[in-house]
Design a protein around this ligand. Structure first.
Ligand code: PXL
Length: 282
């Protein structure tokens, strides 16, 4: 048996709403990957669609936790960052990445901050530039098209897109730093939705049938399953395909179960599909 991979997931924990750590932990664990968690904040729910949520900031705890792990000699095969609540957190997370990264660590940054042309509540206009700084030190970044536009200082465009536009955006994102970008939310207006990256110079996209509605937390399901697939030995293009199909399956289950979209998608019951894709026998 090959050595089990260990990932460090640095996100908030939104206690209800199936996103951030409550998505990363189960999805990576189901794929056989050990998932250590560094919670950046504790919220009663995520910030998209609930009134009156609580927010306990854990910025001051991050470095002492990391220092303790360093004293234990821990190492991680990947570091996966998502929603971060402030400029100070971005700075600390950068330091933690540098503390733990070695030549084999995969640093996956999801610049969670916006969707559908708008920044999420609580983020000011300076935030995309700071996120772009974090992205510039990553190995892989997974912005949606809105986040890509904010980081590049470009006007957001509504879908449908053309392959030329997506390829151009990916090239510009590549030029931001050393990370390989994967763009999500690619829609060419043909009833499909997908994600893509540049592979050997050309655009490589994976698609699956677009489903109606807007569900919360799908970016975190995408990122967690992408990383699970990478940790299971898939190359980036293959991992994007796994993540696109798994995210769609979670949405399909949520629709079948008539779940309220702000409560997220049903990765619990879709997990067998992910394991099949990854060749994990149960
Ligand atoms: O799913 C991304 C996410 C994570 N964490 C919090 C959020 C969001 C998106 O809105 O509000 C707290």
């Amino acid at each position: 048996m090959t050595k089990q991979k260990r990932v460090l997931a640095i996100h908030d924990i939104s206690c209800v709403g199936r996103c951030s750590l409550t998505a990363a932990l189960p999805i990576l664990s189901a794929a056989g990957v050990e998932c250590s968690a560094l919670p950046t904040a504790v919220l009663s729910t995520h910030t998209g669609g609930f009134e009156g949520y609580t927010f306990r900031d854990l910025t001051e705890d991050l470095m002492p936790i990391a220092d303790h792990w360093k004293s234990l000699g821990l190492r991680f095969d990947a570091i996966y960052t998502g929603y971060l609540g402030s400029a100070a957190q971005i700075d600390i997370v950068k330091r933690i990445i540098e503390m733990f990264r070695d030549e084999d660590t995969v640093v996956l940054v999801d610049p969670v901050m916006a969707d559908n042309g708008k920044l999420y509540g609580g983020f000011g206009p300076e935030f995309p530039g700071l996120m772009a700084g974090l992205c510039s030190i990553a190995d892989i970044i997974i912005p949606n098209l809105t986040e890509a536009c904010f980081m590049l200082g470009e006007e957001y465009r509504e879908p449908p897109y053309t392959p030329g536009y997506i390829e151009d955006m990916l090239k510009k994102l590549s030029a931001m730093g050393s990370a390989t970008p994967v763009l999500t939310g690619i829609d060419f207006g043909d009833g499909q939705l997908g994600a893509g990256c540049l592979s050997e110079g050309g655009l490589r996209c994976s698609f699956d049938g677009k489903l109606p509605g807007y569900f919360h937390g799908t970016g975190d399901v995408f990122g967690s399953s992408l990383l699970a697939a990478l940790m299971c030995g898939k190359d980036l293009d293959g991992a994007v395909g796994v993540a696109v199909r798994f995210t769609r399956e979670c949405i399909r289950m949520a629709i079948e179960l008539r779940l309220e979209p702000r409560y997220g998608v049903c990765y619990e019951l879709a997990a067998p599909a992910l394991l099949r894709e990854l060749g994990i026998r149960v």
